[in-house]
Every structure is written in C-alpha cells, then in structure tokens.
Design a protein around this ligand. Structure first.
Ligand SMILES: [Zn+2]
Ligand SMILES: [Zn+2]
Length: 259
C-alpha cells in the first residue's frame, strides 16, 4: 500500500480519492480512470513505474495463468491447432479420456488414436514344473502375436503360451516438443522460428496470451504464489528484454497470417 501512495504522490496527488461505485480515482489532472487496470487494481503495489519508465499513461499489467493452462492437456479442453499431414491445412487435435482425435478443417481428414496403455503378458502353467507364471512382453513387435514361446521363470523350460492384453491405464499427455503435439506428432499450426529456435502456440487463445504476457509492462504471478506458472513454460530467449519486442512481432504475424 505504501508503494501505491508513493506512486500517487509522484503522479501528482497525495489524496487520490475514489469516486465510490465507479472505481474512479480523482487525481490532479491525471485521468487514471482511462486505465481500467489501474483504476481497479491499485491495491496491488506493483503499479509504480520503474525508474526511467514513463510515469503518465497506462501501464499494462498481466497476471500470469496457472502452469497447465496452455499445455498438451489443452487437447482435453480447447483443442490444439495442428497442421494436417494430408493437405498441410489447419486442423484440431482434441482428446477425451480414451481417445485422441484429429480433424482437418480443410480437407476433412480424420484420425483417432486409442489413449489406453496396454500391458502384454504370457500367462501359463509350466508343463515341466507345474507352477503358474506370468512373463511380461515388452517388445512391441512380439505383442501382436496371439501365442509366444517363453521360458518358465522357475525352471527355464520354454513352451508356447497365450499372450494376454490388459488395460493398464491411460497415457498421460506429454509435453510439446520441437513444435509438435504429443498425440499424433503433428506440427503445431502456430509455429515459427526465432534465431533457429521454435516459437509456438497451442491455439489462438494461447497465442493471445503470449502476446499479452510478453508485451505487458508488468508481469505478475497469480494470487497465492504457486510454484510454477504458465510463463515457466517459456524458454528464456523469449522472455529476455532484448528479444521480447521481436518475439511479440513474430507472434502477431502468426496471429494475423494464419487462420
Ligand atoms: Zn487436410
Ligand atoms: Zn517351470
């Protein structure tokens, strides 16, 4: 609170009164009400401009979002925009608990992928020693056979046994890597490069978030100070002050050019 008072003093008033109901703050000639962020959020202390920054005008401020807001998990909510492998047009990857889906807006190409993780094992009773055993089959090529020859883990004698498949759980959504979504390995629709490094957004909402976040004058953690927030996904080169302006330009180009 002290910082706010200090700032108000510097901005030209010591007794900034609030016009109750409308959230307007009357200051000596400074129209703070034009800046809704300032008018609404003055109880937070961070609005004081840093040394060297302009004191008048509206400081744009952004409060960061929780860590998983825009991630591979977005397929379960808004969807991930990705490039169609058939026509290179824009499509969307969505998912539910059991399956992941891709649908192209251009050519109508569709894909579905089972998200269930199966475990394969030969269950058998040994013909030699009579004991029951279970041998896990890790090799993906072997998992397709209905019957396999495996060795009894007790007496080592080999015999054929039936391969049984059981659902183990659901694959969890992996991270976005190298500008590709983890469900089908498709290239993201909003993908560009800055000095050889991928700059991407999962969908239009994420793109807008990145532009807002990087072009804000002040970036704050959400209330309650979680350990990690959305911006922790961002590589350092995107956040450093010297690159920020050019990254924002690049993102805005993606926002305007692609649809
Ligand atoms: Zn297509
Ligand atoms: Zn045996």
């Amino acid at each position: 609170m002290r910082k706010v008072e200090e700032w108000l003093k510097r901005a030209g008033t010591a007794d900034g009164r609030i016009d109750a109901g409308r959230g307007r703050r009357r200051t000596g000639g400074l129209a703070l009400a034009e800046c809704p962020e300032l008018a609404m959020g003055l109880q937070k202390s961070a609005v004081r401009p840093a040394a060297g920054e302009k004191e008048s005008g509206c400081m744009s401020r952004i409060i960061d979002k929780p860590y998983f807001t825009y991630s591979a998990y977005s397929a379960l909510t808004l969807g991930i925009q990705a490039k169609c492998p058939k026509c290179q047009g824009a499509g969307v990857v969505t998912a539910d608990r059991d399956n992941a889906f891709f649908r192209c807006h251009g050519c109508g190409h569709q894909m579905t992928r089972d998200r269930t993780v199966y475990r394969y094992a030969v269950h058998n009773q040994c013909r030699h020693c009579g004991r029951y055993y279970r041998v896990e089959i890790q090799d993906e090529a072997k998992q397709r056979f209905p019957v396999l020859h495996v060795a009894c883990p007790y007496c080592k004698s080999r015999m054929p046994g039936e391969v049984l498949r059981t659902a183990q759980g659901f694959s969890y959504a992996d991270e976005i890597r190298e500008g590709k979504e983890p469900y089908f390995g498709l290239e993201l629709w909003f993908l560009s490069y800055f000095q050889g490094k991928p700059v991407w957004a999962i969908n239009r909402e994420h793109l807008a978030y990145l532009i807002d976040y990087l072009s804000a004058d002040l970036r704050e953690k959400p209330f309650g100070l979680p350990k990690r927030t959305q911006a922790d996904h961002l590589p350092t080169f995107m956040k450093t002050a010297k690159n920020r302006e050019r990254i924002v330009k690049l993102l805005k180009k993606m926002q305007g050019g692609a649809d």
